[in-house]
Design a binder for this molecule. Structure first.
Ligand code: MN
Length: 260
């Protein structure tokens, strides 16, 4: 049975971390202010900047606070979560404590009488072959089991190392022409996932390039909405940003969470 709701808000890529307090505060406010107005909230991955195991949350006042906020939100609104590439190690223990429902990636849901295919988006970036190989490994349950059995400070060290590597790679690619190609989803991957799910409406995050696209390939047509990342803590890096996609009987549109 697929989740079915009359209205929903969809968010992703908040990258919550104690070093970004304004972003976290906007999320807490979102849970109080915007979220209770709809039937369901879908968090499409990368809620956290990184996640090294549910047991680490017990040692982090910040993660405890987010857990409390999510648990409170879940009592008011049906809350769904699917894994991102940074927080894919969020486990059943944390999910249970928050009252959220874990969804597979991709998943088809029904919102406002339409069928939507939801994904984080990293699996759709198939031009980045190196990343897809890495993803294939870290999503293997036995690799995750080994990682999660390591001492907490080792896991934090590895996560830190991976993040700084991906940042360096990102900066290098950004300077090259292949940037757009590698950092975005491919039409082929979107077409394949939509054929698989028998859908023509796709929503994903991950690329941090919020926009509504109408696309086609070989006679297959679809619409694609990309969710924005959230950052209210680095005004020097450009405009502060945070938005949610609202779907209800009146249609589908972005809600700007900075202005409102
Ligand atoms: Mn991501």
């Amino acid at each position: 049975m697929i989740p079915r709701h009359a209205s929903a808000l969809l968010i992703s890529d908040l990258h919550l971390t104690p070093s970004m307090p304004l972003t976290a505060q906007r999320f807490f406010d979102f849970c109080e202010k915007e979220a209770p107005k709809v039937e369901a909230v879908f968090i499409l991955g990368d809620l956290f900047e990184y996640w090294v195991g549910d047991d680490a949350a017990a040692h982090s006042p910040f993660q405890q606070e987010v857990q409390r906020v999510l648990a409170n939100l879940s009592t008011k609104v049906k809350t769904y979560y699917l894994h991102g590439n940074r927080d894919f190690l969020i486990g059943h223990s944390f999910i249970k404590k928050t009252g959220m429902t874990l969804l597979p990636d991709p998943i088809t849901v029904e919102i406002a009488s339409k069928k939507w295919v939801l994904a984080h988006g990293d699996a759709l970036c198939t031009a980045d072959v190196g990343y897809q190989i890495f993803r294939g490994w870290v999503r293997k349950p036995w690799i995750q089991k080994i990682f999660l059995s390591l001492p907490l400070n080792w896991r934090k060290g590895i996560a830190q190392h991976l993040r700084s590597n991906s940042h360096t790679q990102y900066q290098q690619t950004k300077a090259s022409n292949t940037h757009q190609l590698k950092m975005d989803v491919t039409k082929q991957a979107c077409a394949a996932v939509l054929r698989d799910q028998s859908g023509d409406l796709l929503i994903h995050g991950h690329t941090h390039m919020p926009a509504h696209h109408e696309e086609s390939i070989d006679g297959q047509q679809w619409q694609r909405w990309v969710l924005s990342d959230w950052d209210l803590d680095h005004p020097e890096s450009g405009r502060p940003r945070a938005s949610a996609l609202l779907i209800d009987d009146a249609g589908t549109r972005y809600i700007d969470l900075i202005k409102n």
